[in-house]
Design a protein around this ligand. Structure first.
Ligand SMILES: [Zn+2]
Ligand SMILES: [Zn+2]
Length: 209
């Protein structure tokens, strides 16, 4: 059924110029004739004749690489070109999250190894992140400096929440939450403790006891 193979030698398709028929055996040629081509970029590649004729292959892959090179927020841009623009960083963050979600154990092991190998960088990163978090929480800490309510104290003493989560929920600073947690951890009942050395002196309105 196969038609006689048209000789493409010497013809050009995009960046590719056909050198000769590629007769090397291949696993999945699909019955197509393959052609060894020289790419304008200097690479050589082997392409099925039909892909050349229908225009689906126009280069050794350099066209696609260049196309991706112009884009940000891709693996090519971040890993390949080493771009660190906002968009590429965002891609990397999301990529890391996706990886961690898929391989939680591997990710933990990987970061542990990195931490052991780069103790100083790890410390610097921890400090940077803590500062960033502090700044962020300070922006939303509208309850900062106000007296703690009973509900707030209950939330703060929940062991299943991190200090960061408590600070976010209560709109307080991280240090305020940590201090309060330390107080809560002491043996005094937190509310007694609040009264003992609490920030608010009793006002005249509070009346006689
Ligand atoms: Zn090329
Ligand atoms: Zn970029």
């Amino acid at each position: 059924m196969q038609q006689r193979t048209e000789d493409l030698t010497g013809r050009s398709f995009g960046r590719l110029t056909v050198l000769e028929r590629d007769r090397a055996p291949r696993e999945s040629s699909g019955g197509h004739a393959y052609w060894r081509c020289a790419c304008d970029c200097g690479n050589e590649t082997s392409v099925a004749g039909c892909a050349l004729r229908d225009g689906s292959t126009k280069s050794c892959g350099c066209l696609r690489r260049e196309m991706y090179a112009a884009k940000h927020g891709t693996r090519y841009s971040y890993d390949g070109r080493g771009c660190r623009c906002d968009q590429c960083r965002k891609w990397k963050r999301e990529q890391d999250l996706r990886y961690r979600a898929r391989n939680p154990e591997k990710a933990k092991e990987k970061s542990r190894r990195w931490k052991d190998a780069h103790p100083e960088e790890h410390l610097a990163m921890t400090r940077r992140n803590a500062k960033k978090l502090n700044d962020k929480l300070r922006e939303t800490a509208e309850r900062h400096g106000r007296e703690w309510t009973g509900v707030e104290l209950e939330i703060a003493s929940r062991p299943d929440l991190t200090a960061r989560q408590v600070a976010t929920v209560l709109r307080r600073t991280l240090s305020a939450v940590r201090n309060m947690r330390q107080r809560l951890a002491s043996d005094l009942d937190p509310r007694d403790r609040m009264l003992a050395n609490g920030p608010q002196p009793p006002t005249s309105r509070s009346g006689p006891r």
